[in-house]
Design a protein around this ligand. Structure first.
Ligand SMILES: [Zn+2]
Length: 275
């Protein structure tokens, strides 16, 4: 004689088999469903996340229901995407501390200060100013990379480009705030070529306009008042020159940087200094 199970199988009604087995705990069932989903691999590139297996989301049981949640790696992925979109992507790979050539004593000192800053950034900023071609962008990019590896969201701001966009929409409150807000609030902001405009007659950048100063003050002042925000700035101006351009902007940068205000003289072998 056939059992009910055999009949059910023959008729292709597996549902009956489930009904016949022990009553399944609903939460346990949902958990199992989540585990199965969470074990699947996704196709997001850029970084390897052990939590979501590169799907960007995870399935969890909450209040007896299954819910899709964004994985914590997504903030970091967005940050990576922004940096890549801004052109720092390739640089993050090539501009690391271990690829920085430190032959001269001033280069060794800059490298060691940059490393020190990564571990000692609480309430502090770093400014690297002075002449072109001294590896400022390399070291600052390496610092950003270290912070990103710690899981902090970062934003790269090439001054000339982003300031131009902001100045163009200064009369459109909504658009202006949409553009400036992430620069004010990102956990790590790297401003490259700060206050750089087209070159003046003496080879120095031309003096920034009032529009530039307004944009700078809004970003710098916001970040100055929020101690947990890390700001890294590089540019051709020395801190004294920035103070002359605008006292309010310069003094805030100076107060936050202090021991990490690094300046490169025209001939750094003869003269480098830290203020
Ligand atoms: Zn993830």
């Amino acid at each position: 004689m056939e059992t009910i199970e055999q009949i059910a199988r023959a008729l292709g009604i597996p549902g009956i088999l489930e009904l016949m087995s022990e009553p399944v705990d609903e939460t346990q069932y949902l958990r199992h469903k989540c585990d199965v989903y969470n074990a699947k691999s996704g196709r997001l590139a850029g970084l390897d996340c052990p939590i979501c297996k590169n799907k960007g989301n995870i399935l969890v049981v909450e209040g007896g229901e299954e819910r899709m949640r964004e994985c914590s790696c997504m903030e970091k992925r967005r940050s990576l995407a922004r940096i890549q979109a801004s052109g720092l992507g390739y640089m993050l790979e090539s501009c690391r501390f271990d690829t920085y050539r430190a032959d001269e004593s001033w280069q060794k000192m800059f490298l060691s200060k940059a490393k020190e800053f990564v571990l000692d950034h609480e309430g502090k900023w770093l400014y690297m100013g002075g002449q072109v071609g001294a590896g400022k962008t390399h070291l600052c990019t390496a610092i950003v990379g270290e912070f990103m590896r710690m899981g902090l969201g970062a934003r790269y701001m090439l001054w000339r480009d982003e300031a131009a966009k902001l100045k163009a929409v200064v009369n459109d409150d909504v658009e202006y705030n949409r553009l400036i807000r992430p620069l004010k609030t990102t956990p790590v902001l790297y401003i490259d070529d700060f206050f750089k405009t087209q070159r003046g007659e003496n080879g120095k950048p031309a003096f920034p306009t009032a529009g530039d100063v307004n944009v700078a003050f809004e970003i710098i002042n916001y970040r100055y008042n929020n101690l947990n925000l890390i700001t890294i700035i590089s540019g051709e101006w020395t801190i004294d020159e920035i103070l002359r351009i605008d006292e309010a902007v310069g003094s805030r940068i100076y107060q936050r940087t202090k021991e990490y205000c690094l300046q490169i003289a025209p001939d750094p072998r003869k003269n480098y200094r830290m203020r």
